[in-house]
Design a protein around this ligand. Structure first.
Ligand SMILES: Cc1ncc(COP(=O)(O)O)c(C=O)c1O
Length: 412
């Protein structure tokens, strides 16, 4: 068994938790084992915010500084309001290195709104493959099957959290809907998306809300990409972002879905793409306070070094988690393989009964060390620690020491 470096005392004890009661057991452990007694850490994370959404604000965030320029009480259709919206689109394109011929819009109802407006507008023209491996992706499958009632629909999935489905079984003549990073299982698609063919006939519709700004998106493989401000940038809830490739635009202009479309889903006017939407002329009223907050986050992205730096920050956070998992035999990644392990929503299982995991979580919250780190309600019991770009590596390192201490406390 790995012994934590800071351990001062050891006791020999019989492992008491029956196997069946443990939340998850994935590492070999002898029946009789040396158990470390971790001292209570002296250093707390500078921020206890490790929620997977809304995620932590960027380092140094203050309301006064971030929102000081918000055009409050002004119309989003005023010259000033429109300029702010257009700036948000322009900076988004630059930071994410989105190809010039792709369109970017701000849309209602967060990531969910962005995904559903595309599913409702575009699907039905050809067979559809939905690839899912956790709660949110499953939601898109339910949309397609139960609500859109698509007839030519394939479900490509796995029967256990922590696995990635066989992506290579996706048919490139079908449309495909998938999630870049499965927030509730900590499983993401590997970099590069080689399983998506460059000469595909179908559209690729990607919910990237917990990947974008922390992972690289291979734009030529993506026709529709969606996300919300509340995730990797630590922005506010309620607003979604939509990125469309020229092929996605062609679909909107050539296909009329056989279903009513609410106003908030409409992207075309008289059969043509509504270009104004992609210049900041939003469908309905946005919060100018949230827009300002998003602009603040984008400016921070630029200040820290752009996409490369954001990806590195998240990777470094994951590396800190990997060190923690490597030195403790009672904790494992829920993701079974490193190649698809998320660097943002890091999901862990512990060699503890569910109630003890909850007690650990409560203890860390009570200490003001970590908020909102319980696993998602549909996922196996465990911890889910947000390691996106706005989180500081030192805070992850400090948190891990507290988890080591807390584990010792609740194990009894
Ligand atoms: C992968 C994924 N898709 C969709 C959503 C829903 O996002 P929103 O609440 O911004 O609509 C979430 C939220 O956590 C998510 O993680």
């Amino acid at each position: 068994m790995a012994i934590p470096a800071f351990t001062s005392t050891f006791v020999t004890r019989r492992t008491r938790t029956p196997l069946a009661q443990r939340a998850h057991v994935s590492k070999r452990r002898p029946l009789t084992t040396m158990v470390a007694t971790a001292p209570k850490p002296l250093v707390k994370p500078a921020s206890p915010c490790f929620s997977s959404g809304p995620c932590k604000k960027r380092p140094g965030y203050t309301l006064a500084e971030a929102l000081g320029d918000a055009p409050l009480g002004r119309s989003h259709r005023s010259k000033l309001g429109k300029a702010k919206l257009a700036e948000a689109i322009r900076r988004t394109k630059e930071i994410l290195q989105i190809p010039a011929d792709y369109r970017v819009a701000i849309v209602p109802a967060s990531d969910t709104g962005a995904v559903e407006m595309c599913m409702w507008s575009m699907l039905g023209e050809r067979p559809v493959d939905i690839v899912h491996w956790e709660s949110f992706g499953k939601g898109w499958y339910t949309d397609a099957k139960t609500h859109l009632q698509l007839e030519d629909l394939r479900e490509i999935t796995v029967d256990e959290y922590g696995l990635l489905p066989a992506l290579e079984t996706v048919n490139s003549s079908h449309d495909v809907v998938f999630t870049w990073n499965g927030t509730t299982s900590g499983v993401r698609v590997p970099d590069g998306a080689d399983w998506i063919k460059d000469d595909r006939e179908g559209l690729t519709i990607c919910d990237a809300t917990s990947g974008v700004f922390a992972m690289r998106i291979p734009w030529p493989k993506i026709d529709v990409l969606t996300y919300s401000w509340q995730k990797v940038l630590g922005g506010e809830g309620g607003h979604g972002m939509l990125v469309l490739s020229p092929r996605a635009v062609a679909r909107l202009e050539s296909y009329t879905a056989p279903r009513p479309l609410p106003k908030v889903f409409r992207m075309t006017k008289k059969g043509k793409i509504d270009e104004a939407l992609f210049e900041g002329n939003v469908i309905n009223t946005v919060s100018m306070m949230c827009v300002e907050d998003y602009l603040d986050a984008l400016k921070w992205c630029e200040a820290v070094g752009g996409l490369d730096a954001l990806v590195k920050r998240s990777q470094d956070n994951l590396a800190a988690m990997e060190e923690f998992v490597a030195r403790n035999d009672w904790v494992s990644f829920l993701a079974k393989e490193k190649r698809y392990r998320s660097s943002t929503s890091v999901c862990l299982t512990l060699d503890l009964p569910k109630e003890s995991v909850k007690a650990l979580q409560g203890m860390l919250e009570g200490e003001g060390v970590a908020f909102d780190i319980g696993s998602y309600r549909d996922a196996p019991p465990g911890l889910r620690i947000w390691c996106g770009a706005t989180v500081e590596k030192e805070d992850i390192t400090a948190l891990c020491k507290w988890i080591e201490w807390g584990y010792e406390q609740v194990k009894e």
